[in-house]
Design a protein around this ligand. Structure first.
Ligand code: ADP
Ligand code: MG
Ligand code: ZN
Length: 623
């Protein structure tokens, strides 16, 4: 019975009891097995007969590889968990190996699993890092967040980028010189100020100036905003200050810049509900650190604020921020220079005269002017034009000062009423000698409910000197009443509208200030209310009682009302005899939608000259 077995099976004979096609496929696949496999029962028989040398089972593939004693090998399909076969093999002592055929799969799955693991761990690590950062921020108390700018790391701003604030620039130039050549100062025994406070309205270039110093001086520059000191955890601010100064001392000579210092430097003891302990601690730490400097240690503290009035007095003491530099709104020359700085990077059409625009933008800050040119550039880009022209500048100015244009009014009755209202303002501007100059009057509505507007331009001289006369304020009140007055004259007392509400607000404010602050009233030269007293809300809240008696209070109110009424009466008196002129101007405005100042004045002047022929009318006009 030795080498009988399967060879007695004719090739190609159908096998029974097994999935034939599968076996055929396997046969084709496995090149080394040319022998047709035995049937299942044959195999069992062969096993018992002892003609099989070895069995290798691959359960997953349901395949049994049979090696005969004569060396032939075949594959036989089997059930994956064939107990009969196993028992038979065991009984006949044929060695049976179970092949772990998952190995191939395993390598594949190992790779993919590995990738998955990697991803998981990566993600986990990221999460841990994140939360560590968060924890750091919250718990790693007070590492200074100051951004240090090394001298090599170029701060792109230079002094030449700052225009129109010459004095401030010169003073700061001195600081730069000190940082670069301290010997020049120490040789003659000069002490350099430790703290320089930049004071001025928002947008005048304080932050820009500080950056310019960093750019010029070429020393390390630490900058931190005041609000960054004040955090939700008590003590963080103080330790931040410590940390900042420690770093600064290591890097001396250097500049430490604290922007918006009023966030930390507010008067202590102010603030509702017992004050802000955290802020006070921070401020105390700041004061302590400033005292800790030796003279000429090379660290210069620079700070900026637009609220010097709220700063704690201890901050301003000699040895601390003992030098103040005022950064004011630019004058006309300054505005031109600032416009020129910002025009450097923008293609201006040659017709644009910056001096002209400087005189058309009184009261604008450096930031406003930068914004003006930027708006103009945006409009230019939108129009697919290549250089900024007068038109774009004009539209940009309009947009900044009046807001976006809305669709023109259709309703003609409403339009007429608005036209009379605005013409009322405009006409009074030209009639009252002390009033501002009329820039333009328009019926083009603006987003936000403004139906039209008459825009005036403040007198440059008034603006620059900062001195305001009683006559000027009275004139402003009369002009502000112009809208209501025109409605009264034309439509009668029952047809007046609420459109004048903001005018009335302005009048009331001016009137009250005249009485309580400037001594412009029969109440006499007394100051009854201080400016900006609401700043120390916490401190002054308790002291809500006014400085004056109730009787004085009544007189103030009566006086405010009387002045407002007088302004309205004056406005009506000026408009009433000029009803024809009002009608003429309204027709013109509805037709043209916008009348420029000079054209408007020309119409008024022509009318007045005709009127001069009728003396009785003229006498009523003169105030
Ligand atoms: P602030 O005084 O409020 O700190 P900034 O320094 O932040 O004002 O000014 C804002 C922007 O306005 C600046 O980045 C700059 O573009 C422009 N700007 C303000 N003042 C000037 C100036 N004097 N010269 C040139 N640009 C200015
Ligand atoms: Mg600033
Ligand atoms: Zn009005």
């Amino acid at each position: 019975m030795s080498s009988s077995g399967s060879p007695d099976l004719p090739a190609g004979q159908p096998r029974t009891g097994q999935p034939g096609s599968e076996a055929g496929g396997l046969l084709r696949d496995i090149g080394w097995s040319r022998v047709p496999p035995p049937s299942y029962s044959q195999l069992l028989k062969q096993l018992r007969q002892g003609s099989v040398k070895e069995l290798v089972l691959a359960p997953g593939q349901r395949q049994l590889s049979v090696t005969y004693t004569d060396g032939r090998r075949v594959n036989v399909p089997v059930f994956s968990n064939d107990q009969l076969l196993l028992r038979t093999a065991q009984e006949s002592r044929v060695p049976l190996t179970v092949r772990d055929e998952r190995q191939d799969q395993a390598t594949a799955s190992l790779v993919s699993n590995g990738l998955l693991l990697l991803l998981l761990f990566g993600g986990l690590a990221l999460l841990i890092r994140r939360s560590a950062q968060v924890a750091n921020r919250a718990m790693g108390f007070g590492r200074s967040k100051a951004r240090m700018v090394q001298p090599e790391a170029a701060v792109p701003v230079r002094f030449e980028d700052v225009a129109g604030i010459q004095e401030a620039k010169e003073e700061l130039q001195e600081v730069v010189t000190f940082l670069k050549q301290p010997e020049r100062f120490t040789a003659v025994g000069a002490k350099i100020p430790r703290g320089v406070l930049l004071v001025g309205p928002p947008g005048t270039g304080k932050t820009l100036l500080a950056k310019a110093i960093a750019g010029e001086a070429g020393v390390p520059f630490f900058s931190l905003s005041g609000s960054e000191f004040v955090e939700m955890f008590v003590g963080v601010g103080a330790s931040r200050v410590r940390d900042l100064f420690r770093q600064a001392k290591e890097k001396a000579p250097c500049i430490v810049f604290i922007d918006e210092i009023d966030a930390v430097g507010r008067q202590r003891g102010a603030g509702i509900g017992g004050g802000n302990d955290e802020r006070e601690q921070t401020l105390n730490q700041l004061l302590t650190e400033m005292d800790g400097f030796a003279d000429n240690s090379g660290v210069i503290l620079l700070a900026a604020t637009n609220r010097p009035d709220v700063l704690d007095a201890a901050l301003m003491r000699p040895g601390r921020f003992d030098r103040r530099i005022h950064v004011d709104l630019p004058d006309r020359k300054g505005r031109e220079a600032i416009l020129a700085v910002h025009a450097r990077s923008r293609p201006l059409s040659p017709e644009v005269c910056l001096a002209d625009w400087a005189s058309r933008t009184p009261g604008f800050s450096g930031a406003d002017l930068a914004n003006l040119l930027n708006e103009a550039a945006i409009l230019t880009a939108r129009r697919d034009s290549t250089c900024i022209d007068e038109q774009a500048m004009g539209d940009a100015l309009e947009r900044i000062t009046m807001g976006l244009t809305a669709a023109p009014l259709q309703d003609s009755a409403k339009k007429r009423l608005i036209a009379y209202h605005e013409i009322g303002h405009a006409l009074l501007t030209t009639l009252v000698p002390a009033a501002d100059r009329l820039d333009k009057v328009t019926l083009l509505p603006r987003a936000g409910g403004v139906g039209g507007f008459a825009r005036t331009m403040p007198d440059e001289e008034v603006l620059d000197s900062g001195l305001i006369s009683k006559a000027y304020l009275q004139a402003r009140m009369v002009v502000a009443m112009g809208g209501r007055a025109a409605e009264l004259v034309v439509f009668g007392p029952s047809e007046i509208t609420q459109g004048a509400s903001s005018d009335l607000e302005l009048v009331s404010r001016i009137s009250r200030e005249m009485v309580t602050r400037y001594g412009f009233s029969p109440l006499g030269p007394v100051s009854l209310e201080a400016e900006g007293s609401e700043v120390f809300l916490g401190r002054d809240w308790l002291r809500s009682e006014p400085h004056y008696s109730r009787e004085t209070g009544n007189r103030i109110d009566a006086q405010v009302q009387q002045q407002a009424r007088l302004a309205l009466d004056t406005a009506v008196a000026l408009l009433q005899p000029r009803r024809e002129l009002l009608d003429e101007l309204v027709t013109l405005l509805i037709e043209q939608e916008t009348i420029e100042g000079p054209a408007f004045t020309a119409v008024v002047e022509r009318f007045e000259q005709q009127g001069a022929a009728q003396p009785n009318r003229m006498s009523r006009l003169r105030r």
